[in-house]
Design a binder for this molecule. Structure first.
Ligand SMILES: [Zn+2]
Ligand SMILES: [Zn+2]
Length: 368
């Protein structure tokens, strides 16, 4: 019998996280085992814990974005850059490990994030199938998983501090079609909003405004790249609109990014955008209820361009790595991960993520 691997399992929605042991898997050719250095507790994990995502095959090992070192490789394994990977290499992998490549979403519509056969580490794989989540000492990298070496300059802490929020933000910026000098308003100062502000600034925005709470996150938003911050606490939507209009010569923002996940934020966001502006909606990962907007005032007459943004693709993963390498010296991604827990502390970490007390908790299985 081989070595055993400890993992934190979410048995069912609302059930306490349990530590279970799994046999170290026999690797097929082209498969690998990652020794986890860091994974994360993100908003998705809270949604999983609340049972708000459909079709999740509980029990699962959560943790969809994870980094570490290659512990074992069977046969030959190459990174996305074509170079051979070796045991001991520091790597990250793209969490979407299967799409079908044949359905209308994959081929005709070019929206593989909407492929019905899509499988994502830490979300869509039952624990019964093995080590498919980052809340574990080791993660099974099945053949075909996209693996990239972590650049020397990028620490595990910075990669996971950015984490899934950074990948999502790369996709958001792609959807935003930013032009040089644009004014960008980001709604939300969570992991997604913070990275979106950082990337908007580095993509040539003329002014980046972040709306959010509490003050500590707004302070971090400034360090990430926001020029102006507007606190949610103690202001009304009308006051925030006035502030954005004052900052934009009465016009409204060229681009508004929704990373707040609230129906009220959507109602507010359509008004913050200028005539002919764009609104990228990325925070409604689960159904938080309906929003009421006036189609005449807020969309039609305004000529507003509303764009959804769902999940991420390999190119967002790679661009996130490049952004970390290029801008990691000036953007404090590592500071988004406010606290680190061992596998035994994940009930506490989930409660903390649920209360939005900190932007993000990290998971280090080596802490026990
Ligand atoms: Zn497909
Ligand atoms: Zn996530």
């Amino acid at each position: 019998m081989g070595a055993m691997v400890r993992a934190a399992v979410m048995p069912a929605p609302r059930a306490p996280i349990e530590i279970r042991e799994f046999p170290e898997p026999d690797l097929p050719p082209g498969g690998a085992l990652l020794a986890t250095a860091l994974s994360e507790v993100c908003g998705t994990d809270v949604h999983l814990w609340h049972g708000r995502l459909s079709g999740v095959p509980y029990p699962i090992i959560p943790g969809h974005v994870t980094t570490g070192t290659l512990h074992a490789i069977r046969g030959s394994l190459s990174g996305i850059d074509g170079r051979r990977l070796r045991e001991g290499d520091r790597v990250a992998f793209f969490d979407v490990h299967r799409t079908c490549g044949r359905c209308a979403a994959c081929t005709v519509h070019r929206t593989p994030t909407r492929c019905p056969a899509r499988r994502v580490y830490g979300i869509t794989d039952p624990a019964a199938e093995g080590l498919f989540g980052g809340w574990a000492e080791q993660v099974y990298l099945e053949p075909g998983v996209v693996i990239a070496p972590l650049p020397d300059r990028v620490s595990f802490e910075a990669y996971i501090g950015g984490g899934c929020g950074l990948l999502t933000s790369v996709h958001i910026l792609e959807r935003a079609h930013l032009s040089l000098g644009d004014t960008v308003v980001v709604q939300g100062a969570g992991a997604v909003g913070l990275s979106a502000a950082a990337l908007a600034r580095r993509s040539g925005a003329g002014l980046v405004v972040v709306i959010g709470a509490p003050q500590s996150r707004l302070d971090l938003a400034r360090r990430m790249g926001a020029d102006e911050v507007i606190g949610l606490d103690g202001t009304s939507a009308a006051e925030r609109l006035d502030r954005v209009l004052a900052l934009t010569g009465g016009l409204g923002a060229d681009v508004v990014i929704e990373a707040a996940g609230s129906p009220r934020a959507f109602e507010e966001g359509v008004r913050l955008a200028r005539n002919g502006g764009a609104y990228v909606v990325a925070g409604h990962y689960t159904d938080t209820g309906a929003s009421t907007i006036n189609a005449h005032h807020d969309v039609n007459r305004k000529h507003l361009d509303i764009r959804g943004c769902w999940g991420s693709e390999v190119r967002h993963f790679l661009r996130a790595l490049r952004a970390l390498e290029r801008f990691g010296g000036e953007v404090p991604w590592q500071d988004i991960g406010a606290r680190t827990y061992g596998l035994g502390g994940l009930n506490e970490a989930l409660a903390e993520a649920e209360s939005l007390a900190i932007p993000k908790a990290l998971v280090d299985p080596r802490l026990g």
